[in-house]
Design a protein around this ligand. Structure first.
Ligand code: HEM
Length: 141
């Protein structure tokens, strides 16, 4: 059961990081093509995030043990939930404006997207450390 999470995270991470960087760069550098392409990828990443989080909880409840990495598991979980909240809120913000943010909203939106990209990378790094540092899910501790 814990193997569903590692299978899904690749899609969330790839779409959120690529899409977020592209959309934010498009907004900040006024490149409409980048902004539109990035927005589609970011939406795909946000859609993958919900099942990734659900699979994360399944993994947490089904691995043999945390091998002393319990605090890092909790941090990883909290960051994952903040990520889901942040990207869901950004999607709602855009949806509220029928998919087109007013020009004066865009710089703040871009900064929050970049913060989300950074948090995605930190969360993914911690996830990798759980497996390759503590052996969670791959050893019997
Ligand atoms: C918030 C709920 C989450 C929980 C409870 C959770 C829990 C876990 C657990 C228990 C592991 C190690 C065991 C295993 O999967 O085999 C893990 C690994 C991992 N998680 Fe999460 N996670 C969550 C969200 C996320 C999110 C949102 C991301 C991506 C941004 C992510 C990225 C990763 C990565 C990259 C790994 C390492 C996978 C591998 O290389 O095997 N997690 N997570």
């Amino acid at each position: 059961m814990h193997l569903i999470h590692p299978a899904l995270v690749h899609f969330s991470v790839a779409f959120l990081v690529t899409g977020g960087l592209l959309e934010a760069a498009g907004i900040l550098m006024r490149r409409q093509g980048w902004e539109q392409a990035g927005a589609v990828l970011l939406m795909a990443g946000t859609l993958f995030l919900a099942p990734t989080v659900v699979a994360g909880f399944l993994a947490q409840n089904s691995v043999a043990g945390f091998n002393g990495g319990g605090a890092e598991v909790n941090l990883h979980e909290r960051f994952g939930l903040v990520l889901l909240g942040l990207f869901a809120a950004l999607t709602l913000w855009k949806g509220w404006n029928r998919g087109r943010l007013p020009a004066d909203h865009k710089p703040l939106y871009a900064v929050l997207v970049l913060a989300g990209v950074l948090l995605t990378m930190v969360t993914a790094w911690i996830g990798g450390h759980l497996v390759y540092g503590y052996g969670i899910g791959v050893t019997s501790g």
